[in-house]
Design a protein around this ligand. Structure first.
Ligand SMILES: O=C[C@H](O)COP(=O)(O)O
Length: 253
């Protein structure tokens, strides 16, 4: 049985004090209310808060994630944060390849592949984001484009390693827009990606990999999305900033 995820990505939101309240509320609600033992709640918080907030976790149903990392372990890389640093701060998951980082910080598939390796080398879990633009979907090249992102950033891994990656499919046109991919559209892409993984690693390996959907997920649409056979949860942006709504998403499986 694949692990099901409600993963929040706070992005660049919340002051320390606001975040502390939100993080505590979510951990307490999840501890009391999420009863499905196969559900993992992950909160991707701003880097300066990781060490402090990881100490607020009071249940093994919750883990903390970084929103980025640098692939080198240490050295003269001013301003960057390495995976060993994140690990020492209590981080278990690292979001990488988010479309915002690809767009605003020119991150390439190759650079993201280096991050995957660095994260796995420390025993942490990458949440690898992929997804197409509206233009690519309208051109009909969306399946090949997203499959290519997986090929370029993940297919150097062996079968054992690739099963440690969580994939998040996020159509760029659905991020922060209020426009959600229909459950049929999302399921269709997730199935294409799982088949792509199966073509390289075999069906058994592909069936072990959690594939999340991201893009305007809310408590209202999560149950339908998460009921699709190849959708194993959500990577949630805006709706993860509300403790009640995010906890309800985690209860949607
Ligand atoms: O990482 C999260 C995604 O970018 C989705 O953001 P959103 O839920 O605000 O659309």
């Amino acid at each position: 049985m694949r692990t099901k995820y409600a993963a929040g990505n706070w992005k660049m939101n919340m002051t320390f004090e606001e975040g502390q309240i939100l993080f505590s509320e979510v951990t307490n609600m999840v501890k009391d209310e999420v009863v499905n033992p196969n559900v993992k709640v992950v909160m991707g918080v701003p880097a300066p808060y990781l060490s402090s907030f990881s100490k607020l976790i009071n249940t093994d149903k919750v883990s903390i994630a970084a929103q980025n990392c640098y692939p080198k372990a240490s050295g003269a890389y001013t301003g960057e944060v390495s995976v060993p640093m994140l690990k020492s701060a209590g981080v278990e998951y690292v979001i990488i390849g988010h479309s915002e980082r690809r767009e605003y910080f020119n991150e390439t598939d190759q650079f993201i592949a280096e991050k995957v390796d660095a994260i796995l080398a420390e025993g942490l879990t990458p949440i690898f984001c992929c997804g197409e633009t509206l233009g690519q979907r309208e051109e009909g090249i969306h399946f090949d484009f997203v499959k290519g992102q997986l090929t370029n950033s993940l297919f150097h891994l062996d079968a054992d390693a690739v099963q440690k990656v969580v994939i998040a499919y996020e159509p760029i046109w659905a991020i922060g827009t209020g426009v959600t991919a229909s459950s049929e559209q999302a399921q269709e892409m997730h199935k294409v990606l799982r088949d792509h993984l199966a073509s390289k690693y075999g069906q058994e390996v592909a069936d072990n990999i959690s594939i999340l959907y991201g893009g305007s997920v809310k408590a209202g649409n999560a149950p339908e999305l998460f009921s699709q056979p190849d959708i194993d949860g959500g990577l949630v942006g805006g709706a993860s900033l509300d403790s009640r709504g995010f906890t309800d998403i985690a209860k949607s499986f």
